[in-house]
Design a protein around this ligand. Structure first.
Ligand code: CA
Length: 226
C-alpha cells in the first residue's frame, strides 16, 4: 500500500510516517498544499491522508481539484476543527472519511483500511492474479499452482503491487517511477526495466504462468500465459 500524507505539522507527520511504515505502507509526505496536489494528481496512491489547514492550498481545494481531475483515490481528511459544518463540507467535497485531531493512530489505520476496501481494491492483505498471490505481510509472491514462494525486495514488491492493482490495464513507466521511486527522485528510466526483469525472474522461479508484458511505447501489463 502506498499512501500520500499531506500535513504541515512536522512532528505529527513524522509520527504518522513511522506508524505507516510499521504497517509496511510506503508513504510520500508533503508539507504544503501545492506539492500535495501535484502528488495527488498522479493517481498512484492507494489513499491520501489530507490535512485541511495547509500552506499554499488548503485540503478542501486539493480534494476538489482531485475530484475535478477524475482522481478517485480515497481521501481521509484530518483537521483540528471539530465543527459539524466542516465535516459536512469535507464529505460534500468528495472526502471518503474525516478524522478530527487529536485522534488515535489505530483509528486512522482502521479508516484507511475501510476507505481502501470501499474502493474495492484492497479486500485483504493479499492481491491475486491468475495463479499468483502477492502477500503484503510477508512481502512474498506465492504461486498457488506450484506452492512455491519467494520474497520480493521493496521496490520489486511495489512494482508488482501496482501492476496487480491495475490488472487488465497498461501501467506506464512514468506511473511506475512515480510510484516506486517517488516524484522527486532522479531515477533513470532504465531502473524500471532492471526491476521488471528482477520480478520476471522471480515469477519464473515460483513457476507462475503470470507474465509481465511490455507494451511497446506504452508501458507494462500483467497477463497469464496458458
Ligand atoms: Ca495544518
Amino acid at each position: 500500500m502506498k499512501l500520500l500524507l499531506v500535513e504541515d505539522e512536522l512532528a505529527l507527520a513524522e509520527a504518522l510516517c513511522s506508524v505507516f511504515s510499521k504497517e509496511n505502507y510506503i508513504t510520500d509526505h508533503c508539507d504544503n498544499g501545492t506539492d500535495g496536489l501535484n502528488n495527488a494528481l498522479t493517481g498512484i496512491y492507494d489513499a491520501v491522508v489530507l490535512d485541511v489547514m495547509l500552506p499554499g492550498m488548503n485540503g478542501f481545494e486539493i480534494l476538489r481539484e482531485m475530484r475535478k481531475n477524475k482522481i478517485s483515490t480515497p481521501v481521509i481528511m484530518l483537521t483540528a476543527k471539530s465543527q459539524l459544518e466542516d465535516k459536512i463540507y469535507g464529505l460534500d467535497s468528495g472526502a471518503d472519511d474525516y478524522l478530527t485531531k487529536p485522534f488515535e493512530t489505530g483509528e486512522l489505520l482502521a479508516r484507511i483500511r475501510a476507505a481502501t476496501r470501499r474502493k474495492g481494491e484492497v479486500t485483504s492483505n493479499t492481491l491475486s492474479f491468475g495463479d499468483l498471490e502477492l502477500r503484503q505481510k510477508s512481502g512474498e509472491i506465492f504461486c498457488t499452482a506450484t506452492t512455491q514462494a519467494v520474497r520480493l525486495g521493496s521496490k520489486e514488491f511495489q512494482l508488482l503491487e501496482f501492476l496487480m492493482k491495475n490488472q487488465k490495464q497498461i501501467v506506464t513507466k512514468e506511473q511506475l517511477i512515480e510510484r516506486v521511486w517517488g516524484y522527486n527522485d532522479e531515477s533513470e528510466y532504465n531502473n524500471v526495466e532492471v526491476y521488471i526483469s528482477f520480478v520476471r525472474k522471480k515469477l519464473t522461479f515460483v513457476g507462475s504462468t503470470v507474465k509481465i508484458k511490455a507494451v511497446r511505447g506504452m508501458g507494462y501489463s500483467l497477463e497469464e500465459s496458458v
